[in-house]
Design a protein around this ligand. Structure first.
Ligand code: AMP
Length: 114
């Protein structure tokens, strides 16, 4: 979608630190990390948020979680644990309207989240 920063990252039009490149999703380092490990997994096609996910997107969701498994194993995050987060809407803190799954790890996480 025109003007979407994550679409531009997915197309390689904006530089990012790619850590996973799959058929339907890519993963890259968050530019403003909130933990020693902070990655974002996004669909290559534009989906604004969770409530826009359709039946046709199930293969993408499966690959998204394959990416989580692969990346957290590669980064040695599985033994100590990690957190995945998807923010939906302004009250939850969503700032980029292109679906993204945060993967955070490398420090103790508080609960409930702020
Ligand atoms: P959210 O607040 O859940 O919408 O998350 C958006 C995330 O995207 C934030 O953690 C930002 O730091 C991150 N972000 C925004 N622009 C970029 C970018 N160009 N490269 C990497 N991460 C970005």
């Amino acid at each position: 979608m025109d003007g979407c920063i994550f679409c531009k990252i997915a197309k390689g039009e904006i530089a990012s630190n790619i850590v996973y490149d799959g058929e339907l999703v890519i993963g890259f380092r968050d530019v403003n990390p909130q933990a020693p490990h902070h990655y974002l997994i996004i669909p290559k096609k534009h989906i604004a948020n969770i409530t826009d996910i359709g039946e046709d997107d199930l293969p993408m969701l499966a690959e998204m979680f394959r990416a989580v498994n692969s990346l957290t194993e590669e980064k040695g995050m599985q033994a100590r644990g990690f957190r995945t987060v998807m923010n939906q809407g302004r009250m939850a803190g969503q700032t980029v309207d292109h679906l993204h799954l945060h993967i955070l790890g490398g420090r103790v996480m508080g609960w409930p989240p702020g």
